[in-house]
Design a protein around this ligand. Structure first.
Ligand code: SAM
Length: 288
């Protein structure tokens, strides 16, 4: 029997159900078995694992994961996919489908109800229009997530994985790498989807660190410092950091001096360790 990932099988299923692809929901289904295998390998799914999938489509990745994991929960916004997923996932008693918008889903409730509050992995071929907010939700809300293995637009993956002083390095690189170690799993050319998107993709693994690597005193101020530093790319830190609430030129100069960072440097050259030192110094000087 053909796998769900075979182009013939995917076409047969969507045609038989009269399913219409929605561009605005980012519906580009994977039709390449090798990539599915690489995602599963990158996620290292074993029989004890809980997996949360966002946007299962017709269930191509879902089925392969349910064959290996303890429990798979998929959240799909499009109700016209529900009968298709139910048909394909019939017989899997370790699978639950939630017909919901992920952005309006209480993740803690899902984790409690379906995973007994235990650790879980996120695996998804993400709808591109909400990639960054989805990833940031998992990182900022501090759920017990150990790994996030996602297919995203190539440019976004390169930004998440970038090092200081490279063209892709920015606020997203710092935000992701503050919490995770990143690993590029595979490039995915556009012809591996039905229908073909206008962009190429990359599968990236974000390994969430159990222990904090950076000693940041005020996370809110840390991220405000990062955003301000990247806000005006061509400005020196002495100038750009004055947009931090309450930071005068004198305060910024002292914070930079105290953290041993040259005030003529630009945000895109700072490592996360330097951002953390700088925000800790700012925190001492700002009255808030
Ligand atoms: N996982 C499937 C695959 O790899 O073939 C489908 C991936 S497709 C790129 C994205 C999926 O996310 C679609 O099924 C789409 O309906 C769903 N989706 C889009 N926005 C969503 C949202 N806000 N919440 C949950 N699912 C969403």
């Amino acid at each position: 029997m053909d796998k769900l990932s075979s182009p013939k099988k995917t076409a047969e299923i969507v045609n038989r159900h009269g399913f219409k692809f929605s561009k605005s929901l980012g519906q580009n289904f994977l039709i390449d078995e090798n990539i599915i295998e690489k995602i599963i390998r990158g996620a290292d799914i074993s029989p004890g694992d809980n997996v949360l999938e966002i946007g299962p489509g017709i269930g191509t990745l879902t089925m392969e994961m349910a064959n290996k994991a303890k429990k798979v929960v998929a959240i799909e916004i499009d109700s016209s996919l529900v009968p298709i997923i139910e048909e394909n996932m019939k017989g899997f008693d370790n699978f639950s489908l939630l017909n919901k918008d992920f952005m309006k889903t209480d993740v803690s409730e899902v984790v409690e109800k379906y995973f007994n509050g235990e650790k879980f992995k996120v695996v998804a071929n993400l709808p591109y229009y909400i990639t960054t907010p989805i990833i940031m939700r998992f990182l900022e809300e501090h759920h017990p997530v150990s790994d996030i293995i996602v297919m995203v637009q190539k440019e976004v993956a390169l930004r998440m994985n970038a090092s200081p002083s490279t063209k892709d390095y920015g606020a997203l690189s710092v935000a992701v790498q503050y919490y995770c170690d990143t690993e590029i799993i595979s490039k995915v050319p556009r012809h591996m989807f039905m229908p073909q998107p206008n962009v190429d993709s990359i599968v990236i693994a974000l390994r969430v660190r159990g222990e904090k690597r950076y000693e940041v005193e005020d996370e809110g101020l840390f991220f405000e410092t990062v955003r301000a530093s990247f806000g005006k790319r061509r400005k020196t830190l002495l100038n750009s950091l004055q947009s931090v609430d309450g930071a005068t030129k004198d305060i910024v100069k002292s914070a930079l001096d105290n953290s041993n960072i040259d005030s003529k440097r630009r945000g895109e050259t700072l490592s996360i360790e330097e951002f953390s030192r700088l925000s800790n110094e700012l925190s001492k000087l700002l009255d808030r």
